[in-house]
Design a protein around this ligand. Structure first.
Ligand SMILES: Nc1ncnc2c1ncn2[C@@H]1O[C@H](COP(=O)(O)OP(=O)(O)OP(=O)(O)O)[C@@H](O)[C@H]1O
Length: 235
């Protein structure tokens, strides 16, 4: 069964076609990477899926229900969680309090505390739970953002360039985390690091000039001539 689908999803900004007629299907439990050259439309597509950007045309379905008209906060209530390129932590609050704020979007009472600790443990930050978020390294702040997504026990976790700016050892931790989550959580991952894509994704969707250029396993995508051309700028 598909957890998320889009049909004919498009977005134009004035004259620019940022996303064009995208039919996208993400089955329950899959880790899907969304890749493509700069400006291909990845963030815009995900913005329409989350409800942050209004589509020009097309529909979005979650659990086979049409959610195109639902505002972002209602999509969160349905089980969508996302982290974005721009750091969204409150730097003067402790790590645990940041996660608790995210948890309270869906949970109440004692459940918040348990869920906060569990999410911090999953990303390896439990020992730093009382540290001010702003004092954490950049990599740890990115992991904290993921904990803020995970604590909501999302059915769909959307990560926008989670490994950008991470050190090699932190990228290794991130890959392990995704492997642990795989199967339980459906994940949509915008990712530029091909090594991360190859090692974590079940399937890859390639966007180019706002359109789906190719879809397949990481190996298929790696060997795809059209994808190589798009990345070399000759496609
Ligand atoms: N609010 C906006 N107004 C006008 N144009 C926009 C807006 N947001 C995005 N665009 C344009 O839409 C196109 C797709 O942008 P988008 O950010 O979705 O691409 P991307 O694949 O996420 O790129 P990157 O990998 O660089 O983050 C780009 O040409 C971008 O300049």
């Amino acid at each position: 069964m598909m957890l998320l689908s889009t049909r004919g999803l498009s977005k134009h900004f004035d004259g620019l076609q940022a996303v064009q007629d995208v039919d996208f299907d993400l089955p329950i439990g899959q880790v899907r990477a969304l890749i493509g050259p700069n400006g291909a439309g990845k963030t815009t597509l995900v913005g329409m899926i989350c409800g942050r950007i209004e589509p020009s045309e097309g529909r979005v379905f979650f659990d086979e229900v049409d959610i195109t008209a639902l505002p972002a906060h209602k999509r969160i209530m349905l089980g969508m969680a996302y982290t974005f390129q721009i750091t969204s932590v409150f730097s003067r609050l402790p790590a645990a309090e940041n996660v608790a704020l995210a948890a309270r979007r869906r949970l109440h009472g004692d459940k918040v505390d348990t869920a906060v600790k569990e999410a911090l443990d999953q990303v390896g930050l439990l020992e730093r739970m009382d540290q001010e978020a702003g004092d954490l390294s950049y990599g740890h702040q990115r992991l904290l953002e993921i904990a803020m997504g995970l604590v909501q026990k999302p059915r769909l976790l959307i990560l926008d360039e989670p490994t950008q700016g991470l050190a090699d050892s932190e990228i290794t931790d991130f890959k392990n985390l995704i492997r642990e989550l795989a199967g339980d959580t459906t994940i949509l991952l915008i990712e530029h690091n091909m090594n991360v894509v190859m090692e974590t994704a079940d399937q890859v969707t390639v966007l180019n000039f706002g359109e789906v250029l190719a879809e397949g396993t990481p190996d298929e995508i790696h060997a795809n001539a059209a994808v190589q051309a798009a990345y070399l700028g000759t496609g």
